[in-house]
Design a protein. Structure first.
Length: 145
């Protein structure tokens, strides 16, 4: 019985340590495909710059990834970096001039807009979009690390 319990604990430790890590799209637009191949697959998602993705596994030149909507597929390894990014996961998010809703509103972002994280202050992140616009978002309005 102890041997069986020990084997199960070793297995679970391996599963936990093999958990997904985050990556971000490093090109203006990256193709997420239905298989880890160019010749025998098709594009299922076009992901924009800074789009955060969970990396589940590697196969050849591809990573198996998933996004905040639980869409999954395969992306070329060269299209991913380890930059900290987030994506808006609420219908409309307000970006403020500082880390709090009491700071002036700068602009709004719709669900699915991706940002590079510049820094964090408590439950707020200062972010930058692909056009260089910056502001602060509440962590309650985004998905990613």
């Amino acid at each position: 019985m102890r041997l069986l319990l020990g084997i199960m604990l070793i297995f679970l430790a391996g599963v936990i340590s093999a958990s997904a890590e985050m990556g971000a799209v490093s090109d203006d637009l990256a193709e997420i495909r239905n298989a880890p191949s160019f010749s025998q697959s098709f594009v299922t998602i076009l992901a924009p710059l800074h789009y955060p993705l969970y990396i589940h596994e590697a196969k050849g030149d591809f990573y198996m990834v998933s996004d905040y909507l639980n869409n999954s597929g395969w992306i070329e390894k060269s299209k991913i970096n380890r930059t900290r990014t987030v994506v808006v996961n609420t219908k409309n998010s307000s970006l403020h001039s500082g880390p709090g809703s009491d700071y002036p509103l700068l602009f709004k972002a719709q669900e699915g807009v991706a940002f590079k994280v510049l820094r964090q202050d408590g439950n707020w992140v200062q972010v930058e979009n692909e056009n260089g616009m910056t502001g602060w978002l509440s962590l309650n309005q985004v998905w990613g690390e």
